[in-house]
Design a protein around this ligand. Structure first.
Ligand SMILES: [Fe+2]
Length: 476
């Protein structure tokens, strides 16, 4: 039923989307006047069923997977055993309850103040076939648990694929609503925009406890499809007052990334290719100035992008480079000044960010000629520029960022402060359908739906080349 409703919405909004996607900055953007009516921004109590510990002695919990290589033929499976290390083995295969293969992982734990984590397992399962459903089993005897996932199609410019986009999720009733809506949306992989658990809002040992509850909370989705992680400010957890000075300690122990597959020197920034997309993950809270490791890595990674194989170039980061919300205004200016010209030169399709607890979409604009002396400091329409999308509305305990700059700046196409998530449905090398899903159901207020043309293939030159090649094939 939901699928049906979604299709109708999609059809109705196609026209609006076409209008918006062709709009220039000369056309005013839209500030939604919709006022949400959702639950208060408080965390779900620890004894709630959504955080239930799985039955069985030392049963694996907090199960989640992420892409394990550059091209999507591997996953990293992670889980926690609470009482003892137990086994780090994953049994897996292509038919249920028949596990022809196994892989061995690693186990470790960490301390945070007086909290000691459970035994955190990570296991790389590689050499998988594309577009195949795999079943996997972790844990031993009657405490063993079974899950499944589907590998992506092979890297192909026309491979259709649907990504979900979630940011700033937390563990409130609104977070649960976002997660449940996402799981009905047909998304195949989550692009996560940082700020995971908001455990750092707690004190002392409860910080570790709330990382554990969040792991159990997202397992319902993250055990069955990869979540591509990026880190936000709530992952830093630099707390010298309690003797914790190693940034990202919990995040790095719990959420591995395949950073070495893209020659990165840090799990905090890396790239993966999946179906028809090249996804670059950046760290807003790591050095990015000229000659820093992240800067040098990004320069090389952009050279590796091949739009004839992966037409869709997507960048994830936590802090938005363009946002007209009063909260966190211009916090991304440092990174914009350093990287924006590369993004424009590379014709990046989308830059997704979180951090601001609202939803916003920009027109294609750039501000790369800003010069301290000359003073040209306004974004201008730029066909080669990315679209900037803020999806920081997952629903955490800090609540919404409801105040925008007024009037709406010309670069802002759509904005609304409500909880939700987005989906990016890539159809082929030229077209993708973007949909922002507000958690409040059944309201006759438009959300945000746009058909996007690919920045590489949809340019006139590429279209001509494409046509020429196709007619050649047809004629031979
Ligand atoms: Fe944030």
């Amino acid at each position: 039923m939901l699928q049906f409703q979604y299709q109708i919405t999609a059809t109705v909004t196609v026209f609006l989307g076409i209008v918006l996607s062709f709009a220039t900055t000369g056309i005013a953007g839209r500030t939604s006047t919709y006022i949400r009516s959702q639950w208060p921004s408080s965390d779900i109590p620890l004894n709630d069923d959504v955080f239930a510990v799985p039955k069985g002695l030392n049963a694996p919990q907090q199960v989640h997977i992420t892409q394990g290589d550059y091209d999507g033929k591997a996953v990293i499976i992670s889980w926690v055993t609470p009482n003892e290390a137990g086994s780090s083995e994953v049994e897996y295969g292509t038919s249920e309850e028949n596990y022809a293969f196994s892989a061995h992982g690693t186990v470790k734990s960490y301390t945070f103040y007086n909290y000691t984590s459970g035994f955190i397992h990570h296991c790389l399962v590689d050499g998988l076939e594309y577009d195949t459903k795999y079943y996997y089993k972790i844990g031993v005897d009657e405490s063993a648990r079974e899950f499944w996932f589907r590998t992506p199609p092979k890297i192909d410019p026309d491979a259709p694929y649907t990504f979900g986009i979630i940011g700033d999720l937390g563990q409130t009733y609104n977070s649960l609503s976002t997660l449940e809506h996402y799981m009905e949306s047909g998304g195949q992989t989550v692009l996560f925009l940082g700020d995971l658990s908001y455990a750092d809002r707690y004190k002392y040992d409860n910080i570790g406890v709330r990382w554990d509850s969040w792991g159990r909370f997202v397992e319902r989705s993250a055990a069955y499809q990869p979540w591509i992680w990026s880190a936000g400010n709530h992952e830093i957890e630099y707390m010298p007052n309690i003797g914790e000075v190693f940034p990202f300690k919990a995040y790095l122990h719990r959420f591995p990334t395949p950073y070495m597959a893209s020659n990165s020197s840090s799990p905090l920034w890396y790239a993966v290719r999946r179906a028809s997309a090249h996804i670059i993950v950046l760290s807003s809270y790591s050095p990015f100035v000229k000659y820093s490791p992240q800067w040098m890595w990004l320069r090389e990674e952009l050279k590796k992008v091949d739009r004839t194989k992966t037409p869709w170039l997507i960048v994830l980061m936590h802090v938005p480079l363009y946002s007209s919300n009063l909260v966190h205004y211009m916090e991304g200016e440092g990174m914009r000044a350093v990287f924006e010209s590369w993004f424009v030169q590379s014709k990046v399709d989308f830059i997704f960010a979180g951090h601001v607890h609202a939803n916003e979409r920009s027109y294609r604009i750039s501000n790369i000629y800003y010069n301290l002396s000359r003073g040209d400091r306004y974004p201008v329409p730029d066909k080669s520029a990315p679209v900037y999308l803020t999806v920081g509305d997952g629903g955490n305990q800090e609540g919404l960022a409801g105040r925008f700059w007024d009037p709406q700046p010309e670069y802002s196409a759509f904005r609304e402060a409500s909880y939700g998530h987005s989906t990016l449905e890539i159809r082929n090398r030229t077209h993708a359908f973007y949909h922002w899903n507000r958690n409040d159901d059944g309201k006759e207020v438009p959300t945000d739906d746009v058909i996007f043309h690919n920045q590489y293939w949809a340019s006139n030159l590429q279209r001509r080349r494409l046509k020429k090649n196709h007619s050649k094939v047809g004629g031979e």
